[in-house]
Design a protein around this ligand. Structure first.
Ligand code: BLG
Length: 486
């Protein structure tokens, strides 16, 4: 009897031990999330379709989140597969579903409510929630000013959470949460006066200010917060650790800063006033001249947006300006240039654009063959402003300094020297206001970036006109057949 019990006990223990061993070996065999991603060869990411996150332009997929997550996938050596969610709640319900996305990269901030739905990475972008109002209306300055106003925010957003909290303090605040709109729609609704206020993150405002001339920041609501990527709560740490290391690295090596400059830098450079002034001019002035830019760009095999950008830098798209030095018209032609290009009346915008296009094309042609695009375009811009002779001086100077005379980054360091006697006295062509030229090229490039940004993908028939701007990824349109993309 005793022996039998002992045997049973031994047997049971043996079963338990093997069972445990099997379970343990099962655990060891089960691949981690990261291993699974690598084995599949695909990183599945869910995001939102919006200019600040992910959208398609004529060159394919783009957007801040897309660019960052693409680099991460490349680093893992896997393909990137993007899906988009209709609204924020959808992101969290999709995350971690079998065969579904393992990562959400959608401009998310971690909040208490969300920690049950996801685990968040190290931060990659600091944003501040901002109350947005319409220019011309009384500017709200504090939360109680929101009482009795029509406010809309994204459903399920951290902004909706913020307003819910605020409402406890100020019960008179009413707001609508909508899952039918994206951030740009909210900004448009404020711009057009359909709602009084919205609450969005500062990066979205920075990025979209150039579309919406009437949109203004009223005040920051609360402190700055961090945007982070999210993984499903049930996953192990392997993927999250890898993400954190990647984000830390991207911060260190400047990748994050470069992406921020590219996507959110317009306002930094133009300032808010510059950004909405540009937006205004884009709607009120550009449509009058757009056809001329397009026609003469086509004739010269140029990208019309580079001509339009020059035109904005020269005259802010005004046909009859004259500089102190007697340079005149929309494209600011000197008398000599006008004559050489066959322009009889520099104040006629069509002729000015025709002359500017011809002259700029000839500048592109005259740049040394050793200079490749996109530097070629930046050199041609410099020559448009300072003349080919002085540009040549600056290139020689670069060479003398052991810099690369074919790189704009190097030559632009030399240009300001052309106004210092110590340097220009040793050049062939002497004094020139080279610092201004550096400025000129930087500004034209900035306007060119913005024009590319607001016109992609193009409206049907290549129009910015009709006072209707195209917001990337939101307004659907046909891709643009472009002359010479840089
Ligand atoms: C440019 C000419 C170049 C000329 C340079 O000046 O004008 N470009 C055009 O006419 C398009 O042809 O080169 S040169 O012929 O080889 O000498 C140098 O003289 C125009 C510049 C001058 C500038 N904007 C286009 O960028 C200008 O208006 N400067 C004066 C500003 S203010 O009077 O001080 O306000």
């Amino acid at each position: 009897m005793f022996a039998q019990t002992a045997f049973r006990l031994r047997h049971a223990l043996w079963l338990l031990a093997t069972g445990l061993l099997l379970m343990l070996s099962g655990c060891v065999d089960k691949p981690s999330t990261l291993e699974r991603v690598k084995e599949d060869g695909v990183l599945r990411v869910i995001t939102r379709n919006s200019p600040a996150t992910y959208f398609q332009d004529k060159n394919g997929e783009t957007g801040f989140e897309y660019e960052l997550v693409k680099r991460f996938a490349d680093e893992l050596g896997v393909k990137l597969e993007i899906s988009t969610a209709d609204n924020l709640d959808d992101i969290f319900s999709q995350l971690g579903k079998p065969g579904g996305p393992v990562l959400a990269a959608a401009g998310l901030v971690s909040s208490q409510n969300r920690t049950i739905d996801a685990r968040f990475s190290h931060p990659y972008l600091e944003v501040t929630p901002q109350i947005i109002y319409r220019n011309g209306q009384a500017r709200p300055t504090e939360p109680k000013d929101l009482i009795g106003k029509k406010i809309m925010v994204l459903k399920g957003s951290s902004h909706a959470e913020q307003l819910a909290q605020l409402k406890q303090q100020f019960p008179g605040i009413e707001y609508e949460e909508s899952d039918q709109v994206e951030v740009v729609d909210l900004l448009r609704m404020v711009d057009e006066g359909q709602i009084d206020y919205t609450l969005v993150d500062s990066n979205e405002v920075a990025m979209n200010q150039v579309y919406f001339p009437n949109v203004r920041v009223a005040f920051d609501l609360g402190d700055a917060r961090d945007q982070r990527w999210a993984v499903a709560p049930g996953e192990d740490n392997s993927l999250l650790n890898e993400i954190d290391a990647f984000i830390d690295q991207a911060r260190k090596n400047g990748t994050l800063q470069r992406l921020k400059d590219r996507y959110y830098g317009h306002v930094d450079v133009l300032g808010y006033v510059g950004a909405y002034t540009f937006a205004q001019h884009l709607q009120e002035r550009l449509p009058k001249f757009e056809k001329h830019f397009q026609n003469y760009a086509r004739e010269q095999k140029l990208d019309w947006k580079i001509l339009a950008a020059i035109g904005y830098q020269e005259s802010m798209w005004q046909a009859t300006v004259t500089s102190k030095t007697g340079v005149r018209g929309l494209m600011m032609l000197t008398q000599n240039t006008a004559q050489a290009m066959g322009v009889a009346n520099r104040l006629d915008p069509r002729q000015s654009i025709m002359g500017g296009a011809k002259y700029f094309a000839s500048m592109v042609d005259q740049v040394d063959d050793s200079v490749k695009e996109p530097d070629r375009t930046w050199f041609a811009l410099a020559a448009y402003n300072i003349g080919t002779a002085h540009l040549e001086d600056a290139r020689k100077m670069a060479q003398g300094e052991g810099l690369n005379p074919d790189k704009w980054l190097d030559v632009k360091k030399m240009l300001p020297r052309l106004s210092q006697k110590k340097w220009y006295s040793k050049t062939r062509y002497g004094y020139a206001r080279g610092g201004e030229t550096v400025h000129f090229v930087a500004n034209v490039r900035r306007y060119y970036d913005i024009l590319n940004w607001v016109t992609q993908p193009q409206l049907e028939g290549n129009q910015v006109a009709d006072g209707k701007l195209h917001v990337p990824g939101v307004d659907k349109a046909k891709p643009e057949p472009d002359a010479s993309p840089l």
